[in-house]
Design a protein around this ligand. Structure first.
Ligand code: MN
Length: 635
């Protein structure tokens, strides 16, 4: 954990020297004036820590200087609290520092209330995000501000600590992630964990410290071996050990439901090389020396994440232990650490279009919601931000962001309201598909429109995006409230359980969020979202605590025969087959208790011990349909 104050009592001269070290062309006159102005305006004000208030704004500005941000951003960071906390007006800032600086400060200024209500908080978040659409630098200042406030959170009363940490985890962490700012995101996450789950945080801290020496030795050995291998292959690269953040380890424990001791891949390394070609060469060298672990390879260079993150990820067995490896170029590394801030720097270059695309999601989310009440706005924002995204393509090759399992209707509305409203049929990769077809990453989607085509009520049952749902409702002339209620009332808890338990497809009203791993028999809660979805969370999911109580319901599971069955599957090996088998079993709601594999000749035998099979013949048929499966035996 970093010091809460990066800079303490840094004088004007030293501060400006630091700024210039990061950006030789900085407007030192502007920054100097902002420094003096802020210092005078906050004179006499103290923070809860006892520090001068000015220390806070100085730290925020210093962080942004470290991200190589431009002079207006740094000036705005120094001035970011003067409208809110001093008698300074926006007009005055505009006169003295120009309209860009004044707008950024205005954007991060909260509505002042004697006692902040939930509604006020929501309104403030909306205000910052709306200002961000006009100038992305608003959110950069806001994130730096929040990061420093989180670093100094221990000085606030406990109740406030929790509230601020909760808001940070729900809103600012996903925003930082969506903007690709991994460094800010992971520090915020660790700080949130520290204040929301102090017990777990301290335990992790102690345990990690205990194993530190052992792990560092291990990582050193891996780093040296990889470095030697790359040298032998004449691949220029820096090889570094990488510490995983606490929150990441905590999430892994939650997701896999394992104790700390069983989190095996604490060791992680990073290879930073000179070109994309060398990334793949390094990967090849590593894969030919150490056995890669099945299904743990991801090529985010060819398929960047929607937040534009690029790297190769793999996991290999090093002396019998899994080690995570990330491979990237130096430029990818900067983009990954600083995200949108780095993109902003490269603006005016060929990255321009990428940059615009990157904030497109924010525009989309905000545009159609501007009419909602602030509280609803924040509620649905949370839901949208936790969804995973895919890229699909228009026939011209332009990428469109959509949540996983989005349909052609979602695509139509994402491209243009009129295309959604007049959608008649859809083609994916050249073939006609049903309108509720679930799109896959990279699909080329074409919507066939007709003047007479109209949205149908049916569509509401399968669209995945809130913006499509909202537009359809509008076209049909129904309000969200009315519809939400109606859809909800048809599902009683008993029916929900029934559906949770049925094999095959899940009804579209049920959603399994990314944060939880649900297993039969374990306690679960349902959260009724405004749009009528029932989002099922595990009893121990921390997101649960952040959701309004009155919309939560305890769910149960239908009784099930706990009969154990042994499935022996004979197959010819291919990459990804084990994952395919497991995915099929999960989709059939079969619980895997244990897996064993053995090879004989060119055959692989996988033995699953399972419970919860409802139709054996049907299951065998489905397993046999998987490519490379030769035979299935049930015992
Ligand atoms: Mn502040």
């Amino acid at each position: 954990m970093k010091n809460e104050n990066l800079v303490g009592g840094l004088g004007k001269k030293e501060f400006i020297e630091q700024v210039v070290a990061n950006n030789p062309r900085a407007d030192t006159a502007l920054i100097g004036r902002a420094y003096d102005f802020a210092m005078a305006a906050h004179a006499g004000q103290k923070r809860m820590s006892g520090d001068e208030y000015f220390e806070h704004v100085l730290n925020v500005a210093y962080m942004l200087a470290g991200m190589h941000m431009d002079s207006e951003t740094i000036a705005a960071a120094l001035l970011h609290d003067v409208i809110e906390d001093t008698k300074t007006t926006k007009e005055r800032l505009k006169r003295e520092f120009g309209s860009a600086v004044a707008s950024i400060v205005e954007g991060v200024t909260k509505k002042i209330a004697l006692k902040t209500t939930r509604e006020d908080r929501a309104e403030n978040i909306r205000k910052v995000l709306l200002a961000t659409i006009k100038d992305i630098r608003v959110i950069l200042v806001k994130l730096a501000d929040r990061l420093h406030n989180m670093r100094t959170l221990k000085y606030l009363p406990q109740e406030q600590q929790r509230e601020i940490a909760k808001e940070t985890l729900e809103i600012y962490v996903p925003v930082a992630y969506k903007l690709g700012m991994y460094r800010v995101k992971s520090e915020l996450e660790d700080l949130c964990l520290r204040f929301l789950e102090p017990g777990i945080y301290q335990e992790l801290k102690t345990r990690i410290a205990k194993k530190k020496e052992e792990r560092e030795k291990e990582v050193k050995r891996v780093v040296a071996s990889v470095k030697r291998l790359l040298d032998e292959n004449s691949i220029p690269a820096a090889v570094l050990g990488r510490a995983k953040n606490f929150y990441g380890i905590y999430k892994k424990m939650l997701a896999k439901k394992i104790p700390f001791e069983e989190v095996r891949d604490l060791s992680a390394i990073r290879v930073i090389t000179t070109s994309t070609e060398n990334c793949y060469r390094a990967l090849n060298a590593i894969h030919s020396k150490w056995t890669p672990i099945l299904n743990r390879f991801d090529d985010y260079i060819a398929n960047p994440k929607p937040n534009m993150y690029q790297s190769l990820h793999t996991e290999v067995l090093f002396e019998g232990k899994p080690v995570e490896v990330q491979i990237r170029t130096l430029e990818m590394h900067h983009m990954a650490e600083e995200g949108i801030a780095a993109h902003w720097r490269y603006k005016k270059t060929e990255k321009d279009r990428q940059f615009d695309r990157k904030i497109a999601w924010l525009k989309q989310v905000l545009e159609w919601r501007s009419s909602e009440s602030a509280k609803d706005f924040v509620e649905s924002l949370k839901v949208d931000m936790f969804k995973d995204e895919i890229y699909v393509l228009t026939p011209k090759g332009d990428p469109v962001h959509l949540p996983e399992k989005a349909t052609p209707i979602d695509f139509g509305y994402a491209v243009h309201t009129e295309i959604g409203n007049h959608c008649k049929a859809a083609k994916v990769n050249g073939s006609i598909v049903p309108l509720d077809y679930e799109l896959n990453p990279g699909d080329v989607v074409e919507i066939i429109t007709s003047k007479d085509a109209k949205p149908s009520r049916q569509w509401l049952k399968f669209v995945k995006t809130n913006f499509a749902r909202e537009k359809i409702r509008r076209a049909l002339g129904i309000s969200g409230e009315e519809l939400g209620k109606k859809e909800w009332e048809i599902l009683t808890p008993a029916e929900v359980i029934e559906k949770l338990d049925t094999k095959g497809t899940k009804p579209s009203l049920l959603q399994m969020p990314k944060c939880c791993y649900l297993k039969y028999g374990e306690p679960v809660w349902g959260y009724k979202s405004k749009d009528g979805h029932l989002i099922v969370h595990h009893n121990i999911c921390e997101n649960l605590k952040t959701l309004p109580q009155h919309r939560l319901m305890k769910l149960g599971w239908k009784e099930e025969k706990k009969e154990r069955t042994s499935l022996m599957i004979e197959l010819t090996d291919r990459v990804g087959i084990l994952a395919d088998l497991l995915n099929r079993l999960t989709a059939e709601m079969v619980n895997v208790e244990s897996v064993n594999t053995k090879t004989a000749g060119n055959r692989l035998y996988v033995n699953f011990e399972v419970t919860g099979i409802s139709d054996t013949d049907e299951l065998v048929k489905k397993l046999k349909a998987i490519r490379n499966v030769v035979g299935v035996k049930v015992a």
